[in-house]
Ligand binder design. Structure first.
Ligand SMILES: [Zn+2]
Length: 389
């Protein structure tokens, strides 16, 4: 670590633009050798060649376990801002990576990822993937434990057999619950659940702002941070937060996320969050035997304190830093339940699709449930009044 520390110290002392003559010799960046090694890595992953090679051995074993196909790594450019913080001899570059989990992802994901190289010329090796302000795909970041069955794949950071089995079970039950609630839906992709070691690692995997997923148990989003149609969507878990849930709570969260995935909510923009979140909870709580006074406890407390809402929940109510987060989910669940009890899943899906295509809520609600927005708010208020009695 010493050369890196020295480099940092000399840079800190140079804010008067003095020449950097005293800094240690710059690392030899060697794009030609890097391109060659990355081509070799692409071949090794495709052929599942686990022979000793100039990259971490987990790359090929992970690819084999998760059945990675369509893998390629294309060198883009070296990244001096990341290289500056690295130990001596190491340097960073950005690469474009493509990969697909066979049988689960409908298309390949494409993401710009940082690679850390060590050395140059014939001694060059890949030290690690990740770093810089770029996504850090879990399977490229370190050894993972994989469980696979049918169209379900679970990937947990590290050697975590017990944990992987428990997420596999949550995923399998969740898929069955979603299929039961939404029998007509046909999805083009399977279910992939990715479990980084902790919240900070989750943020690195998704290239999210530090702290943004601190209090979130799980999130359903594209693996390459794009919202391009066809980008693979996976469920990502914040394991330390998830681990604090009760068994029932864990299943509700898992099924809720799978409902997002199956209904295409992650890439359908423009749908109000009360519908997206309420729909997912409606699916997750459909067969729940937990009484409303428990499942809607925060909503009931909020209505008792603030009175009945005068309008539908706003998207801002769902910010991860807002204080009434739980209540916003619960009132939205009750709102969607009002609709679900009137027409079932099919018009709910149709409502979501119409809104994603840009329809006005008033028009879409009339077409799918024969209701005006005012009538829906009235039905919802009646339900909330009943619950606070
Ligand atoms: Zn959600």
């Amino acid at each position: 670590m010493l050369p890196g520390v020295l480099l940092l110290a000399s840079l800190v002392g140079c804010d008067d633009s003095a020449p950097l003559e005293d800094a240690p010799t710059a690392v030899a960046v060697d794009p030609a050798a890097a391109i060659e090694v990355l081509e070799e890595l692409t071949r090794a992953v495709a052929e599942r060649d686990t022979a000793a090679a100039p990259w971490p051995s987990y790359l090929v074993t992970n690819a084999e376990a998760a059945d990675v196909v369509d893998f390629s790594v294309r060198y883009l450019t070296d990244d001096s801002s990341v290289s500056q913080g690295l130990p001596g001899g190491q340097w960073a570059a950005s690469v474009e990576v493509a990969w697909r989990f066979q049988g689960r992802d409908p298309h390949a994901a494409h993401a710009e990822v940082t690679v850390i190289f060590d050395g140059s010329g014939s001694d060059l090796r890949v030290a690690a993937f990740g770093g810089g302000a770029r996504v850090q795909p879990l399977w490229l970041s370190g050894p993972v434990t994989v469980r696979a069955r049918d169209n379900l794949l679970v990937m947990v950071a590290g050697n975590q057999q017990v944990k992987a089995r428990s997420y596999e079970e949550l995923g399998a039950v969740g898929l069955r619950q979603v299929e039961a609630a939404l029998p007509d839906i046909r999805t083009s992709q399977g279910l992939v659940i990715e479990v980084p070691a902790n919240g900070a690692e989750l943020e690195r995997v998704l290239n999210a702002e530090p702290g943004s997923y601190e209090a979130i148990a799980a999130v359903t989003t594209t693996t390459d941070s794009s919202d391009a149609p066809g980008s693979p969507v996976h469920v990502f878990v914040n394991d330390p937060v998830f681990a604090k849930l009760t068994a029932h709570g864990a299943q509700v969260v898992a099924t809720h996320e799978i409902a997002h995935l199956v209904t295409g909510a992650a890439t359908e923009l423009g749908v109000p969050l009360w519908l997206v979140e309420g729909f997912a909870d409606w699916v997750a709580l459909r067969r729940s035997t937990v009484p409303d006074r428990v499942s809607a406890a925060q909503a009931i407390a909020q209505v008792k304190a603030d009175g009945l809402p005068g309008s539908l929940p706003a998207d801002e109510d769902f910010g991860s830093r807002t204080t009434h987060l739980g209540a916003a989910y619960e009132v939205s669940w009750l709102l969607v339940r009002v609709l679900g009890e009137r027409g079932g899943a099919a018009p709910l899906l149709e409502l979501q699709r119409r809104l994603a295509r840009g329809a006005e809520l008033e028009v879409a609600l009339r077409a799918t449930f024969d209701l005006s927005v005012t009538e829906l708010v009235e039905l919802w208020r009646a339900e909330l009044s009943r619950l606070i009695k």
